[in-house]
Design a protein around this ligand. Structure first.
Ligand code: DHB
Length: 316
């Protein structure tokens, strides 16, 4: 079940996705955070933020809409309190960062360079709920690339950078290309899909902020498509496949599409032990298809020439 994150070896490829596990502490009453591949912490900004007004969550069929608005303690408190907590509990920490400006992303990267124990940085280019906090950087390849370049320029070279992209674009491969060209070591695919719900009882939007980010099983096929398209274009670039993963079989699907790591997000909200369960179920799925290791299935859905595809065809 071992997996790679840059130079680092992880015990398994299943990561707690950004935003659904805070900075890990909330998970610890349910699971051993050291046994998750890594914890991606909720996107952090330079200053503390209270986020958007309530209601900030609305359930939809197979999905969850959120308009949290990047609530968080700010980088100082994160470095003093949250990162040390994760490290002292044996977890590998991937730190998600969000900025209002390209410069803020650079500042955050510089602060993380001075901290010990950051396994990777995930650049949130695609928060849908922070209108006054800036544009959605992932909508435009050049803008996304400039954020990645600013982070890369300020971040220690031994810390890998993953750019988290939005599916709400016409050509996600073009955005991925700009990010990789600007120095991203990998990509996280996908962030939420912009959505909206209206409560017929009140005749008003269900969320105070009107729109929100849709996550959960409803968006998994979108994630599979995006991972597939980017893996097809850049077969060597590591991808954290995220979007509606609830079971080991869902994780296997994203691995087959070309992800090498898996993020579990919204599933954690109603099953806080989801990461550990998905690791267990994925192990069973791999055994059932005769795969010795995770690497045997990564990208195997591309073409009929993969080693496993040939094996399965022979068995059939
Ligand atoms: C926030 C929400 C998201 O769905 C996301 O992907 C990033 C940030 C937020 O509102 O905090």
């Amino acid at each position: 079940m071992r997996a790679r994150l840059g130079q680092l070896e992880l015990p398994n490829p299943v990561l707690a996705a950004a935003g659904c596990a805070g900075a890990g502490r909330e998970l610890a009453q349910f699971i051993d955070v050291a046994r998750v591949g890594a914890v991606i912490s909720k996107s952090i900004m330079t200053e503390p933020r209270t986020g958007n007004p309530a209601p900030r969550l609305a359930e939809t069929p197979s999905g969850l809409l959120n308009s949290v608005g990047l609530q968080g303690p700010g980088i100082d408190a994160f470095l003093q309190r949250d990162l040390p907590w994760l490290l002292s509990h044996g977890a590998r920490a991937v730190v998600s960062i969000a900025g209002q400006t390209v410069r803020e992303y650079g500042t955050l990267a510089a602060r993380l360079s001075d901290a010990a124990g950051v396994s990777a940085v995930e650049i949130n280019l695609s928060c849908p709920n922070a209108e006054e906090a800036g544009r959605l950087f992932a909508l435009d390849p050049a803008t996304a690339g400039s954020v990645v370049a600013a982070v890369r320029a300020s971040l220690r070279h031994d810390i890998p950078v993953f750019a988290k992209l939005s599916p709400d674009v016409t050509d996600i491969v073009a955005v991925a290309e700009a990010c990789v060209g600007a120095g991203a070591d990998g990509l996280s695919l996908i962030n939420v899909v912009l959505g909206m719900a209206i409560d017929p009882g009140t005749m008003r939007p269900a969320l105070a902020g009107a729109y929100g980010g849709l996550s959960g099983p409803a968006i998994r096929p979108v994630a599979v498509r995006c991972v597939w398209q980017v893996a097809e274009a850049f077969p060597g670039v590591p991808i954290i496949g995220t979007g509606g993963v609830r079971t080991g079989r869902d994780a296997l699907e994203l691995l087959l599409a070309g992800a090498s790591l898996i993020g579990v997000g919204t599933a954690i909200v109603h099953d806080p032990s989801a990461c550990s369960r998905v690791v267990r179920e994925l192990e069973e799925e791999l055994a059932a298809i005769g795969a010795d290791q995770v690497a045997d299935v990564i990208g195997q859905a591309h073409g009929a020439h993969g080693r496993l595809a040939r094996g399965l065809a022979r068995r059939a």
